[in-house]
Structure formats: C-alpha cells, structure tokens
Design a protein around this ligand. Structure first.
Ligand code: PEP
Ligand code: MG
Length: 763
C-alpha cells in the first residue's frame, strides 16, 4: 500500500479509538506533525456557542492556549480558509494580507503555513494548520495529504463531538451539558417525548451499555459464555484434526489461549462491577483491545485485532441467547437502533412505542413508511448518533425537522410538550371528518385509499373512513416470520384484509422483496440491491413463491370479490405477460378445483423510468396503473431513497418527477385506464392537491395522513387547482416548485395544518 495512504489510515484509526474529543484532537495533531515532519500542527474547531474558532490542540505552539484561544471568523488566515472552504498554502504567512499575529502562540520563527478545512456534510467543523520554519511552500503531495486528512477526519470529529456530550452524560459531568442535538432526516411527522430503548444488532459496535442490577449474575453469565465458546473451539479443532497441518492446528491453540488469558476476562468483570451488563462491558473491552492491535504496524499483530473481535462476537452471541430476561418497555418508549427494520416492530409490543430513531436509512426506508402509517414520530439517518450509549436516556424526537434532543432545558422541553398537546387536539379536530366524503368545494370526488401492511393499519384505516386499499404491501407479513408463510397462513392474512374492507376494493401487491426489504430467511446479498433482484424479478424466477401467493389471494377473495392484484418493479412487457399468464393459470386451476373465483383486476406499478415510455403498452395489458412515486423518484433522480447523505437530493417536487407524474396520468387516460398513486407523495397535503388536479383517479396513503389530506381537499375548488399544475410544473427547481404551490395555497386560504417544520427558533 502507498505509504501515505497507510499513514492516513493509521491516523484515522487512532483518532477514532481515542476516548473523547480532546484526546482525539491531541492525537491527531501529534500524528500529523510527526508524519509530515513539520514544526507545528494545530487544530481549530468552530464553537457555535461563541461563534469563534477554538484552538483544540497543538503540537509546536503554546499549549497553554489550548481550549481558551479563540479566533474570529473574519480574521486571519484561519478565518479565510473557513470562509472560502478551501486550503491555503503559503511560503511565508506574514506576507499574506490576511495574516494576523497572535501574541501568545509563539509563532515568531515560523514561515510556511498551510491550512485545510474540515467539512462534514457541507458543514464546516474546523481547520487543520501545519507550519514550518523554512520559507518554502508545501509541495503537492503534502497539500493532498492535509486535505485528505481533513476530509477523512470530518466524520470522526463530528461523531466525537456528538458522542462527547453523550459520553459525558454517562460519566460524572452528566448534568452539565444541555440541549444535545443530533441531526437526521425527518422520517414520520410528530413529536415524541420518551425513554430510549436500544434494539437490534449483534455487532460489537452496536451493543449498548445497559446498566445492570445484579453484577454477580452478569459475571457468571460471562463465565458461562466464555466456557461455551471454549468448548466450541475445542470441538472445531477436533473435527478438523485430520485435515489440518500442525501449524494450522496451532491457531486453535492461540484462540484458546486468548480465551483463557485472564486479563481480558478480568477487565470485562471490572466493568460489570462498575454497574454495566455483561454484553455491553464485553463489547467495550473487546473494541478497545482490538483497536490497539489494529493500530500496530506488524501485519501479524494487526490480524490479532480481527481474532479478538471474532471471539468477542462469539461470546456475545451466547450472552444474548442466554438472556432470559425479556426487556420490559417503559411506558413511552423510543426505539433506537443502528439500522431499524420493519421486522423489529413485529417483535415488540408496539403500543408503548412513541418514537423511532435510526442511525441509518432515510425518510423512504420502509421502517419510516410503516412508522408514518402507524403515526409514530420518527427520525432517520442520525449518522452521528452514538447508538450504544443511548439506552435509558430521556429523548425528544422531532419528526418534523429530523432532530433528536437530549437534556433539554425546561424552556425548550415545554415547547415540545406544547406541540404534543396541540397535535392531540388537532387529531381530535380532524376526527370530525371521518364520515364526510372527500369532495372538493365544487363537487369533485377524490377517492382516498390507504396503504396497509400491518394489521393495525386495517383498524386505523377503518377509523378514518378510507375508500379502500390502494396498496397492501404483502412483504410486511412475510418479514415478520421466520419462514415463508404457507398457502393456508397467507389465505388467513389476506382474508382479514379483504373482509375488513369489503365491498371496497383491496389492492394486493405481490411480494416486493429485494432492495432494502429482505426476508430474514431468504437473504439477498448484492452490491447494488436497488438495481438488482427485486420485486417481480424475484418472484418470476421463483414461480413457486408467486403461484402460492396468488392462489392464496384468490382463495381469500372467494365470495368477497373485492381483490385487485398489483405487480411491482415491472420494467418490461415480457414480465407483465409472464405474471399475467401465471395469475390466469392459477385462476383456472382454482376454478377447476371447484372454487368460486371471479377474475381479479390486475394492475401494474409505474415505478421504473422505463415504464414511463411504455404506458400505452402496459395499459393495453392491464386493468389499472398505480404509480409508486417513492421508487420512481429514486430511479429518475438516481438518488438512493435510503441514503441520508443524499437525502437532500431526493425530492418529489423535482420538475422531472412532477412532469413524469403528469405524463403518466395523461397517457393512462388517453388509453382509457385508471391510474392511482400510492407513493408517499400522495399523503403530503400540498402534494395531494397537485396530484388530484393532475387527474389521478385515487390517492393512496398512510392511514395517518388520510384525514389531513381530506381536510385540505375539502377546502379547495378543482377549477382553481387545475391551472395550478402548469404553474408549478413550469419551474426549473424543486424548491421553487414547492414554494409556488405553498404560496398559491396560502393566498387561497388553504390551511395544510400546523407547520412546526418552519419554527426554527427552538434551536
Ligand atoms: C413506491 O415505490 O412508491 C411504493 C409505493 O412502493 P414501496 O415504497 O413499497 O417500494
Ligand atoms: Mg416501490
């Protein structure tokens, strides 16, 4: 490996392993100073509270200034680098017009000066500076090194800043840090106040540090788990005895030594005796040990880091499987996890969950969609949230703006408490609409349908007077199981849905797995899952799965006759024909077996760009179209719907997406088929006005959005809304398109509900 790359990697690792932000910065400047052979390396971080750069660490300048020296934004070369967000490289700093002499630092003998910004997710975190006595500009390689260092460390520093607060809370200075805030992406609207419960993840990094009541019991659990791993290794060694050379056999011995070495076990026991549960203590110690090995130069010793982690994971899995204490959720639980999936909701008594926060994913991840359906405030993509220290903390989830708070001052907490009360009142207000039709002031009826998946959705939808189901995501009940459900089990699940809504129509989508939806018992591992084996592609390759599912749907509909079948991720007429052929085959088989089955309507999802240009070909082969605007947006804009880094780019108000939606409606109607939309856009009150004005024949959304959408549609005239479509579409940016629509609604006097999103004064 290139020497510089190696050094870079090692520094990042070491900084990452530092116990807190100050130690991380001190380590960082020391390592940069050594590896670049410069006299000085210093790091400044932007301190929001004083609006200045603060000297966090230095090697070579006066260390007494660390923590106290502040630099103004508009002064000096550091200020310049911050404003321009690009590096400077000067042979002699004092010749530069922005040079500003700081008396206390002791810079007199230094001439060459180079600084690079540290930027994380478009936000400037600070500046790295190197200086040397010789008046010679730094060469290109040195400049590249410092810039790369700044870029690589930005994430680590942002994380350390965020965890700094959390770690301090776990320790002595608990009460000194107020208003800790983590930024993510709004997942489901609403505000929740409750207690964190960390779930999921057997990776060492994800194991939370739970407090424990009975350290003695934890220590014996730990010993038992170590013993079982020891047994496993011995067994594995024996089983392979004949196939391995003696030196390979010796590896098992090394492993056993590691387990028998009392240092590691003693260290874990010490943590337990400080009051932490065995799993969290083990994970913490293993991570510390292994990062020490990771930082070593010797490749053999570095490998030992991997061995320790592997051993740690094995012990951990025994510890967790032995954990007979089922965790009782607090009254108002906020689920916290690294990458929460819908399956987790199935395993937990959901009526105590008031909020959800996930370190990974974005507003279009399926957990967020389900959370919206359930009306649970959710924040996704909290990339800097230190998941494992969160357990038990009191949190405030702001699902409007995608923020998570801890330790709020009384004034700020009461602001959020007031929102919770207001929301409850507004929900009660909307309840009045549930039996009223969704009709505009000038008498146009817009059918409002619901998206379902869980059984709770059915109850909620009925409460809110839905006109039917526009999208039943059948993969949701599949995800909650440990194997594929049988035909009989599926019949029961589907019958419940069909019966609950009869005679209104229920649109059941065939299994749409792949992408971010995998079944625990049918893993699909791919480099690029959203462009891979997904939706109809999987089920056509596995006709046995498809046929059983369609049989179950048809049998469940016997006597009710309100079933519509919807095909996901279709990108060619061949797929459409193959699927239709299988559906009709099942229908005829069932009829010949004596079942009284009526031919269901079959529809196709328009969610892949290829479908946009074949609306006529699709329309001639099906009974209806349904637009999946979540995926259509993702594929049209080439923006992963789950990736928080690009979440800003994912915008259904993008003119290309809006034009595509209008094109689909016009084409579908020209060829005489009906078209509904079932992506999240349909549940956005302003979006719903635009879509119904475009001419969509029905809007399908989360049950929790239904009454608000009904409320706005009942406030408008369709003759007023129709000309708005062109006005909004004829803009070249998503932001302007959205503003044009919002402004028109305001002028017209339509209230789209409380807009907590705009109230930034809380921060
Ligand atoms: C969509 O893609 O818009 C859609 C409704 O399907 P899903 O979100 O389940 O992919
Ligand atoms: Mg989709």
């Amino acid at each position: 490996m290139d020497a510089m790359l190696k050094t870079l990697k090692r520094i990042v690792q070491e900084v990452n392993a530092a116990p807190d932000l100050n130690a991380a910065m001190a380590k960082l400047v020391l390592r940069i100073q050594q590896s670049m052979s410069v006299q000085v390396c210093s790091a400044f971080l932007w301190d929001k509270s004083v609006e200045r750069y603060r000297l966090m660490a230095t090697e070579g300048l006066n260390k007494n200034d660390v923590g106290t020296l502040l630099l103004e934004k508009n002064k000096g070369i550091v200020g310049l680098v911050g404003r321009r967000e690009e590096p400077v490289n000067l042979a002699n700093a004092s010749d530069h017009p922005s040079f500003h002499y700081v008396h206390s630092l002791g810079e007199e003998s230094l001439k060459a000066f180079m600084a690079a910004p540290i930027i994380h997710q478009k936000k400037l975190l600070g500046i790295l500076v190197v200086q040397r006595t010789e008046a010679r500009a730094f060469d290109e390689a040195e400049e590249a090194f410092l810039v790369t260092m700044g870029a690589q460390l930005a994430g680590v520093i942002a994380h350390a800043q965020a965890t700094g607060g959390m770690k301090a809370m776990a320790g002595k200075s608990a009460d000194s840090i107020e208003n800790i805030r983590f930024d993510g992406v709004a997942g489901a609207p609403g505000v929740a106040i409750g207690q964190a419960v960390v779930v999921g993840g057997t990776e060492l990094e994800d194991v939370p540090l739970y407090a424990c009541k009975d350290p003695q019991r934890e220590v014996s659990k730990l010993k038992a788990a170590f013993e079982r791993v020891r047994e496993d290794i011995k067994q594995a060694g024996k089983a392979l005895q004949d196939q391995l050379q003696p030196e390979e056999q010796a590896l098992f011995g090394a492993y056993l030594n590691m387990l028998e070495d009392s240092t590691l076990g003693d260290e874990v026991a010490r943590r337990i005796n400080e009051g932490y549960a065995a799993s969290g203590s083990l994970a913490a110690v293993v991570m510390e040990y292994s990062s020490q090995f990771d930082a070593m130069d010797d490749p053999y010793l570095r490998e030992r880091g991997a061995d320790i982690r592997d051993m740690g994971r094995r012990v951990l899995s025994y510890l967790e499987s032995n954990d007979d204490e089922t965790r009782e959720l607090p009254e108002r639980a906020i689920l916290v996890g690294d990458e929460l999936t819908p399956a987790i909701l199935g395993q937990i008594s959901e009526n105590r969950i008031v909020g959800i926060v996930s370190r990974q994913g974005s507003s279009n991840s399926h957990i967020a969609i389900i959370a919206r359906a359930m009306g649970i405030p959710t924040v996704m993509g909290l990339v800097d949230m230190p998941v494992k220290v969160m357990d038990g903390k009191q949190l405030v989830v702001d699902g409007y703006r995608g923020h998570l708070y801890h330790n709020l001052t009384a004034e700020k907490l009461s602001y959020f408490e007031a929102i919770v009360v207001e929301e409850e009142e507004s929900a009660a207000d909307l309840e009045r609409l549930k039996d009223l039709p969704c009709e505009t002031l000038d008498g146009y009826n817009v059918p409002l349908l619901v998206n379902t998946g869980l059984l709770t959705d059915v109850v909620r939808s009925q409460d809110r007077g839905a006109d039917g189901v526009g999208l039943y995501r059948t993969e949701v009940p599949f995800m909650m199981r440990e194997r594929f459900p049988t035909e009989r089990e599926q019949i029961e699940i589907y019958r419940e849905q069909l019966q609950a809504f009869a005679p209104r129509k229920v649109t059941m989508r065939t299994l749409d797995i792949g992408g971010d939806k995998s079944l625990p018992y049918f893993p699909i591992e791919e480099q690029n899952p959203f462009l891979g084996w997904r939706g109809i592609r999987v089920t056509l390759d596995h006709p046995e799965i498809f046929l059983i599912q369609v049989r179950a749907m048809l049998r469940a509909s016997e006597g009710l006759d309100n079933l519509r079948i919807l095909l996901p991720m279709v990108s060619s007429t061949t797929e459409l024909e193959e699927a239709s052929h299988l559906i009709h085959r099942v229908e005829h088989e069932l009829q010949s077996e004596g079942y009284d089955i009526k031919t269901p309507e079959v529809g196709v999802m328009i969610e892949v760009p290829a479908a946009l240009y074949q609306i006529r070909d699709y329309a001639s082969r099906v009974d209806f179209l349904s637009v999946g605007s979540n995926d259509l947006t993702q594929y049209l804009l080439a923006v992963d719907r789950n990736n928080p880094r690009v979440a800003d780019l994912y915008d259904t108000f993008h003119p290309s997406v809006l034009k595509a939606l209008k094109h689909i409606v016009d084409e579908a109607h020209a060829y005489g088929v009906s078209v509904t939309i079932c992506g999240e856009f349909a549940g956005d009150p302003a979006g719903a006005i635009l879509l119904s004005a475009m001419g969509f024949d029905g809007l399908s959304m989360s049950a929790s959005s239904l009454l608000r959408v009904k409320s706005v549609l009942r406030q408008i005239d369709m003759t007023w809304a129709r000309p708005l479509v062109d006005e909004v579409l004829n803009n070249d940016s998503p932001l302007i398109a959205r503003s044009v629509l919002d402004y028109a609604l305001k002028r017209y006097g339509v209230s789209v509900g409380p807009n907590y999103k705009d109230q930034n004064h809380i921060d």
